[in-house]
Design a protein around this ligand. Structure first.
Ligand code: FES
Length: 352
């Protein structure tokens, strides 16, 4: 028998004669089967400059129903370690049975985005977290709707637009999209937006090239959409844009839904001294997460996504009150907290 075949047979025999966990057996048959974690396989990779479009086939147990506008968490092995991020789903729910699609732009120092745009190959097995998020279309959709997006902020909205087209929800609606992009070449989904506009007279697209025309702000948005205050507004883009939109919507009494890709650190949490018993103590403000406090104090806690998605960073809270910047909840002593999104509201003791 040739030596490579012999080695394969030896490997298989070795596996069946070594104690294995249920996951090890199932992974021998199909790498997408796991009882411990949700997995998926990158099925298709389509690269376009600094952007990549990925279609993911979910493995056993991954919930595949979602609302247009929601995101999934993905964990990909990069340099021997799982790196987690969440990305908006871009396909319409149920369009191709079970497929989950995302679009990723490479960002500066973005370890995972650069890996996905530059290196990832079809067939790669990844870890997944179930679709979630509150930024999604209501049913029925509002009669007058405005989307305000910038850059990759279009990704959850393209899912909503594709869904509306499939479900014929443009009929009877009045929908406008104001999408900002730094350059003309950077406009994501440009051809598809033009086609949707052509096919649905109730849908208007305004593309703003910010390097030529400047940013869209609450002061100039009514020049683009004069009846903006009569619409339900969905906004997704950089934090600065969303902060301005939220302040404007509050004053103008506009119903606004926003999606942020970064952690919003503004809260009433007062900070305090965080103690990692037997390791270190450090005084921090109410915007520094427990994970960051540990890193400053030389206590390296485990982490994955650093966005509250993957739960890798969960540690027991021994004493005190921790404020969750994502959910707004207050966690009491005795609970287990996601250290990447929780801050101190008073002194804390956290098991390292
Ligand atoms: S590192 Fe992923 S939830 Fe905290």
């Amino acid at each position: 028998m040739p030596s490579d075949k012999l080695a394969k047979v030896r490997g298989i025999l070795q596996r069946f004669t070594t104690p294995l966990l249920p996951d090890d057996y199932s992974a021998l048959i199909n790498p997408l089967w796991s009882t411990r974690e949700l997995r998926g396989k990158i099925e298709r990779v389509r690269r376009e400059g600094d952007v990549v479009h990925l279609d993911i086939t979910p493995g056993w147990g991954v919930p595949t129903s979602f609302h247009a506008g929601q995101y999934i968490g993905i964990g990909v092995l990069v340099d021997g370690r799982y790196t987690w991020r969440s990305y908006s789903l871009t396909n319409a729910p149920g369009h191709v049975a079970g497929t989950l699609s995302i679009t990723v732009r490479a960002v500066e120092k973005g370890k995972l985005s650069n890996h996905l745009v530059g290196n990832v190959q079809p067939g790669t097995t990844i870890r997944l977290l179930a679709p979630s998020g509150d930024f999604h279309l209501t049913d029925p959709v509002p009669a007058k709707l405005a989307f305000v997006t910038a850059g990759t902020g279009i990704t959850p909205v393209i899912s909503m637009l594709r869904t509306m087209a499939e479900r014929r929800q443009f009929e009877g609606s009045d929908v406008v999209l104001v999408h900002s992009s730094r350059t003309r070449e950077d406009v994501l989904f440009a051809d598809e937006l033009a086609r949707l506009q052509k096919e649905h007279p109730q849908f208007k697209v305004h593309t703003r090239i910010t390097s030529e025309e400047g940013r869209v702000t609450p002061e100039n948005i009514d020049q683009i959409v004069p009846d903006i205050t009569d619409r339900v507004v969905y906004a997704c883009g950089p934090a600065e844009m969303l902060d301005e939109m939220e302040a404007w919507a509050k004053d103008a009494g506009v119903e606004l839904k926003t999606e942020r890709f970064t952690l919003d650190r503004i809260s009433d949490a007062q900070g305090g001294t965080i103690t990692f018993p037997g390791r270190a103590s450090i005084e921090v403000d109410g915007a520094t997460t427990i994970l960051e406090a540990g890193e400053k104090a030389g206590v390296n806690l485990p982490f994955g996504c650093r966005m509250g998605v993957c739960h890798t960073c969960v540690r027991p809270l021994v004493e005190g009150h921790a404020h969750n910047l994502v959910t707004g909840e207050t966690h009491e002593a005795g609970s287990r907290v996601r250290t990447c999104v929780c801050v101190a509201n008073g002194d804390l003791i956290v098991e390292a």
